[in-house]
Design a protein around this ligand. Structure first.
Ligand code: C5P
Length: 224
């Protein structure tokens, strides 16, 4: 029904986790599978878009007909986004970017210190990739994701405003069988009403369904 709706548009999507090295053999990361971002990439392609998928370390096959750029850590993901952005019409930040990285990556494998019961790692903040996109002079239509375990609406609204997003897709990752790693997902979409400051936020609830079907349903809210 929406075939060709994104023809002539460049959609840039980040997906998956980032991996922040601790030493040559260890890292900090999270449970993001990348499935939702990859499903969005296929759905956007099916609507006629040119798609650039910037993927953290995941084991998923590259959807046909899209450009995939593999990255490992948040700083690399930011560089790939900056390179893809100049002609981007829609940016979807689906990646679960690590909020922090190691202040110093050890050159050699850290050794267990006999007799010491605790280890302290020094972390520094990673760049906020999606906020750097909306910070540009002519930002694309920008969509964020929010994985929450509680107070979906409040956190989503907070992120919409703080990161200057056009749309946010909130997932309840505490719901059994949905979210991280699962094949099914549900979502609540939030956006602000332009010129209606008295209306705080508008929401649309998408019931649980296969991530591929959810991706197509979400994209309908981004159509130009
Ligand atoms: O603040 P939080 O990480 O929950 O926000 C989630 C949204 O922000 C997602 O769209 C995610 O891709 C994006 N994000 C980002 N760079 C970060 C952290 C989050 O682009 N460093």
């Amino acid at each position: 029904t929406h075939a060709g709706a994104l023809a002539g548009h460049h959609v840039v999507i980040t997906a998956g986790p980032t991996r922040e090295a601790i030493d040559p053999v260890r890292y900090l990361s999270n449970h993001s599978s990348g499935k939702m971002g990859f499903a969005l990439a296929s759905a956007a392609r099916d609507m006629g878009a040119r798609v650039t998928l910037i993927a953290g370390p995941v084991t998923l096959a590259t959807p046909e007909g899209i450009t995939r750029i593999n990255v490992i850590c948040a700083v690399e993901m930011l560089e790939a986004v900056n390179a893809a952005l100049p002609d981007c019409d829609i940016f979807i930040g689906c990646a679960a970017v690590a909020d922090y990285r190691l202040a110093d990556i050890a050159e050699h494998k850290l050794k267990k210190v006999p007799g010491s019961a605790a280890l302290t790692l020094n972390l520094i903040e990673n760049p906020d990739i999606i906020a750097s996109v909306t910070d540009r002079e002519c930002p694309p239509f920008t969509v964020g994701f929010a994985a929450e375990t509680r107070e979906l609406a409040r956190h989503a609204h907070d992120k919409l405003v703080r990161k200057r997003l056009d749309l946010i897709v909130a997932n309840d990752v505490a719901a059994p069988g949905l979210g991280f790693g699962a094949d099914d997902n549900a979502a609540v979409l939030y956006h602000l009403e332009p010129d209606q400051p008295e209306v705080p936020v508008t929401s649309h609830t998408l019931s649980p369904r296969a991530k591929q079907d959810l991706a197509s349903a979400i994209l309908v809210y981004m159509l130009p």
